[in-house]
Design a protein around this ligand. Structure first.
Ligand code: ADP
Length: 272
């Protein structure tokens, strides 16, 4: 005889143990769309690309915000060379810091640069929620979200709670990065967030004869694009002008012409 007792869960209880059933995806008032920039793997240039897409979009006259959701390893303060702290208004809402025409918010603005974040998941989620709800984003054409690497808590919070319109995946041509990018795409599929496309970063470098060299491999991203049926939005070269920017903060004008044009094109694709 089957001794297992079937338990009928009340809807109320089911909602408590299965948070999915009570998710109502929220918009941020005043923000027309939210685009997540993700890589699944660290060190592929995701924050650099996200920052430059944001700046390129602002240069095109759009109202742009950039939320650095990487609570454990925020890079946006360094990328924009910001050393000041944000202020709060009379309602205790944080005013984002503006640089290069982009409204910025990052955990890095609030903590000392050398302080390691040793928060557990729920605290990270609360920090992200407060960056969404307690920041004066104002009217924005787009809020770009620089997601942390991986497929963990922070990303799920965004995916499940916010009405994220689309995502862009950043990967290098290296196998390990592509495997993780694939994981990232699968995660967005599961959370019903459309993937607009893939940006291949550090794709090649131009030698002194202007020939392309492919130190990290050549066809991996094409294969991923075919298998997932997702377009490659752009291929960004290894370019030393990024390094200058990371030294003194992004100055879009200081990027090489080719790279600047590519970021403008990427922005046009995201907003067309
Ligand atoms: P992630 O956000 O993926 O961890 P970052 O954006 O912090 O990566 O970039 C890591 C480093 O790589 C930075 O020093 C950045 O300047 C550099 N970098 C990123 N993309 C390029 C590129 N296309 N060419 C040269 N350096 C790059």
């Amino acid at each position: 005889m089957n001794k297992e007792k079937k338990i009928n869960l009340s809807q109320d209880f089911r909602d408590k143990i299965d948070p999915k059933s009570q998710f109502v995806k929220k918009n941020i008032p005043g923000v027309s769309k939210i685009v997540a920039i993700a890589s699944a793997k660290g060190g592929v240039g995701k924050s650099t690309i996200c920052a430059n897409i944001s700046v390129a979009s602002a240069k095109r006259g759009l109202k742009i915000g950039l939320l650095d959701a990487d609570i454990y390893g925020p890079s946006i303060p360094d990328l924009f060379n910001i050393t000041i702290k944000p202020t709060a208004d009379e309602k205790n809402k944080i005013n984002p810091i503006e640089a290069q025409g982009v409204k910025l918010m990052s955990m890095g603005f609030l903590i000392d640069k050398n302080t390691p974040m040793i928060w557990r998941g729920p605290m990270v989620i609360n920090a992200i929620k407060s960056f969404v709800n307690n920041v004066n984003w104002g009217e924005l054409d787009c809020l770009f979200v620089d997601l942390p690497p991986g497929t963990g808590d922070a990303i799920l919070t965004f995916a499940q709670e916010l009405d994220v319109n689309s995502s862009v995946i950043i990967t290098t041509p290296q196998k390990l990065s592509i495997t993780d990018a694939n994981r990232g795409i699968e995660m967005f599929k599961k959370t019903n967030i459309p993937v607009l496309g893939i940006i291949e970063n550090m794709s090649y470098f131009l030698d002194k004869n202007n020939e392309k060299n492919f130190p990290f491999g050549k066809d991996g991203v094409e294969k991923l694009s075919e298998e997932q049926n997702i377009e490659i939005i752009e291929k960004i070269a290894i370019d030393e002008s990024f390094d200058q920017c990371s030294e003194k903060g992004i100055v879009f004008e200081d990027l090489s012409i080719d790279i600047k044009e590519k970021f403008i094109k990427i922005s046009e694709k995201i907003f067309n």
